[in-house]
Design a protein around this ligand. Structure first.
Ligand code: HEM
Length: 191
């Protein structure tokens, strides 16, 4: 997977496209797994399945944090592709605001989760491995619960933004067919 600077008209680089789709698959799994494991915890079901859901949520959520950090670095280095003239100014603004809010939440949500498990003392994942503790966070279960509550609310806000983002992408792909979807697709002719 070689990195190259992208032509601003054609689309994002190959690395940016793969990072987008890998992070998208992970986030779309982390959201239902997160709600499901919390439901089970609230119902006091502490079996192997609940443990596996928590462990994989923490491990893959932590991975998303670094994938998104990498994406943001590439986004800062490379020029973003331009929208075709047919895309109106208000829609461009809405798309940009949505995308930047998604980037922000994809940093803040995992950071809160990581801070929460550090404060709660629940850094263990699987195979006897543990996540590193977040620097500067001391053990405090009450503080951890507050962090988890904000983590959960922001995850709900992320669901709404992702709905808007996916609806927009599908409109470009299926109705407008204006090449905007190909900026991010894998194996498109623009790649
Ligand atoms: C983009 C990444 C992430 C997303 C989208 C996400 C999403 C969610 C969602 C939807 C919930 C359920 C909230 C609720 O029903 O109250 C949840 C809970 C939780 N998440 Fe995440 N999460 C992410 C990253 C992380 C990370 C990196 C960690 C820790 C290393 C983590 C640890 C937890 C824990 C421990 C809970 C349960 C909190 C509780 O029991 O109250 N999450 N997450």
């Amino acid at each position: 997977m070689s990195e190259r600077s992208n032509d601003s008209k054609q689309g994002f680089s190959v690395t940016q496209r793969w990072l987008h789709w890998i992070a998208a698959m992970l986030v779309l799994t982390l959201l239902p797994v997160g709600f499901w494991m919390v439901d089970r915890a609230e119902a006091n079901i502490w079996d192997g399945l609940t443990g596996t859901l928590y462990a994989s949520h923490k491990a893959f959520g932590f991975l998303v944090l670094w994938l998104v950090a990498w994406r943001l670095i590439l986004r800062a280095i490379n020029t973003a592709p331009e929208y075709p003239a047919s895309v109106s100014q208000p829609i461009r603004k809405l798309a940009k605001i949505t995308q930047w809010l998604i980037y922000a939440l994809l940093l803040v949500i995992p950071l809160l989760g990581w801070a929460g498990v550090t404060a709660f003392g629940a850094l263990n994942i699987f195979l006897g491995l543990s996540l590193p503790a977040m620097p500067g966070i001391s053990p405090d279960k009450e503080f951890a619960k507050e962090l988890f509550a904000i983590h959960g609310w922001l995850a709900v806000a992320l669901c709404a933004l992702l709905f808007l983002h996916i609806a927009g992408a599908l409109k470009h792909r299926l109705i407008d067919r204006d090449g905007v979807f190909d900026h991010m697709s894998l194996g498109s002719k623009n790649e």
